[in-house]
Design a protein around this ligand. Sequence first.
Ligand SMILES: Nc1ncnc2c1ncn2[C@@H]1O[C@H](COP(=O)(O)OP(=O)(O)O)[C@@H](O)[C@H]1O
Ligand SMILES: O=C(OP(=O)(O)O)[C@H](O)COP(=O)(O)O
Length: 399
Amino acid sequence: MPSFKTLDDLNDIAGKRVLVRVDLNVPVKDGKVTDITRIERVAPTIIELSKKGAKVILLAHFGRPKDGPSPDLSLSLIAPSVEEVLDRPVATASDVIGDAATAAVASMKDGDILLLENTRFHKGEEKNDPDFVKALAANGDIYVNDAFSAAHRAHASTEGLAHHLPAHAGRTMQAELEALESGLGNPARPVVAIVGGAKVSTKIDLLMNLVKKVDALVIGGGMANTFIAARGTNVGKSLCEHDLAETAKQIMIEAATAGCAIILPEDGVVAREFKANATNEIVAIDAIPADAMVLDVGPKSIEAVKAWIERAQTLVWNGPLGAFEIEPFDKATVAAARYAAERTRAGKLVSVAGGGDTVSALNHAGVADDFSYVSTAGGAFLEWMEGKALPGVAVLAKA
Ligand SMILES: Nc1ncnc2c1ncn2[C@@H]1O[C@H](COP(=O)(O)OP(=O)(O)O)[C@@H](O)[C@H]1O
Ligand SMILES: O=C(OP(=O)(O)O)[C@H](O)COP(=O)(O)O
């Protein structure tokens, strides 16, 4: 595990402006936060710094804004939940740099907490643009990164800042790395990975290495549609990234070479509308109607997933098997989560799951506490599993 400075190395910080990168990219429905796990996980760092008298300035992204600020991706939507979890007032600012941010920081008293606006409202964030990094750094004396779940991004607030200010890992960053190392550093085999969800383009590349590390890869969700389409099967209107067909094919070749089984759904639950209780039917995976979309894997596939969980000694899971937020398309995710929890409780399985929506899905299934470890991270967790150095962690180690 890389060594880095932590909060233990931060003394006499009363009055200091501490820029704390947190991950507040939480699930939201109708403007309301539906899962507060990520907020709960960063609370200890925020409270500790505030109690030491620091001015705690939170930096975070929310969603993937394309063209600058948009009200539906404003962190002001998340601020009330942050206040509720911390049980303290949290001020907000209408921007993350510039006059609005400077004025908000200038008005802080020792121990105050301020949430700046979505870092991704500026293009410089994802480009790790030096001028944007400087503008962020102007409001801080110290940088703390507690966003393990965004540490696979070499962005201004996750990587760039550590080159400008004394950089420390927050309590969650530290705890996540320790827990993953102790749970998965030397995993018992067979290791089975389940990968689903919707972030196909940002996660598909890492499967190329993941298949060399695990014995079986079970693919569900939007990711499965992309693999099924790559085989030449019609996926109708399903969430699918057709331009990634070649990558998907290459992954299947790599998996065969590495001796990793790839398990794709045999059947799916299809609907014509993405909404709760939409009329739906179960179809074989090669019989998806052209005007329908697969919103969950079907009952035969659920049995296959459970059989792989039964064979596994270690399970790593990121990405729900279906659109679990809308019933009845939560069935496969709930069934797999409950079965993995049952095997874990019986001492037959080490189960590690991660990702904002995956954690929310485990909470929905009522089994998050039964898993061996639940990480706040999805993509970062899988990249860690691949053995990759995460830019946000590597830079802390250097600092
Ligand atoms: N078949 C599907 N069609 C559309 N969306 C899906 C499907 N399966 C899963 N999803 C969606 O994937 C999202 C979670 O994906 P992702 O962000 O990759 O997971 P995580 O946050 O756990 O890393 C959920 O909102 C879920 O509705
Ligand atoms: O939610 C996140 O990642 P995850 O969906 O892989 O768990 C992180 O906040 C990173 O977000 P990003 O994938 O838009 O960079």
